[in-house]
Design a binder for this molecule. Sequence first.
Ligand code: ADP
Ligand code: MG
Length: 272
Amino acid sequence: MTSRPITGTTLLDVNGLQKIYQSGGRSVEAVRDLTFGVGTGELVCIVGPSGSGKTTLLKCIAGLMGATSGEVVLEGDRVTGPPAGMAVVFQEYGRSLFPWMTVRQNVELPLKEKRIRKPERQRLVREALDAVGLGHVGDSHPWQLSGGMQQRVAIARAVAYEPQILLMDEPFAAVDAQTRADLEDLVLTLWKRLGVTILFVTHDIDESVYLGQRVIVLSSSPTVVMAEVAVDLPGERDQLTTRSEPRFAELRSHIYTLIQQAKEGRRPDATA
Ligand code: ADP
Ligand code: MG
């Protein structure tokens, strides 16, 4: 199970990223040294133990928080604040949608901020809601919808924005198993149809293998990259067939072993 070098153009580069938090007079080195790239059109998953700095990493990539050292480069430009070509979907859909706005207004808001004209906005909102199967609830308010539907609204909002890269931070951790499987397939469908680049963070090993073309495994905090695993499964994924393939099981146990080692404090050989 070798790492696969990135082919094609690199859209996102994370170079020697380090993040030290200052809290209560103490320094906490959450992330020590992360270096990896994401190619244009790739779907890359990041897995790591809880507390390994996954959210920290994503916030630095999204320009929501400065790094202590190192840099994030998107299409050759160093990220110093939220880049125009990026959209983020967080785990807490309940907190990410505005309850006083309708579903349609929620999806439309970032497009207004992007100064897209009204007819174009209306088209993008309609297409995004249709794409996530919510064309019929545009006039509802988020609190009238189930958790899974709310998360689909958040995905529609990100998709309507037409980002170059979509960051997702454990977006399905709070929904039930059946909804989760549906949302995973929705992400795969949108990824294929729109050709968007996706960086998907999860602590769920199976989810990372099911979705990813490549899985980056993080060590425990202070975090470095433990390993990069190419997911050499067929491109067409299907909840039943893919998950019952012997290769799926092999990849899952390989990553499981790496995560167990990470939890025990093992570092990759280069930094041991
Ligand atoms: P993950 O998303 O992988 O669970 P986080 O990025 O949330 O990990 O956290 C990584 C480490 O950084 C943890 O030890 C956490 O306690 C610490 N941390 C996260 N946010 C802060 C903060 N604002 N101040 C201080 N420490 C933080
Ligand atoms: Mg997190």
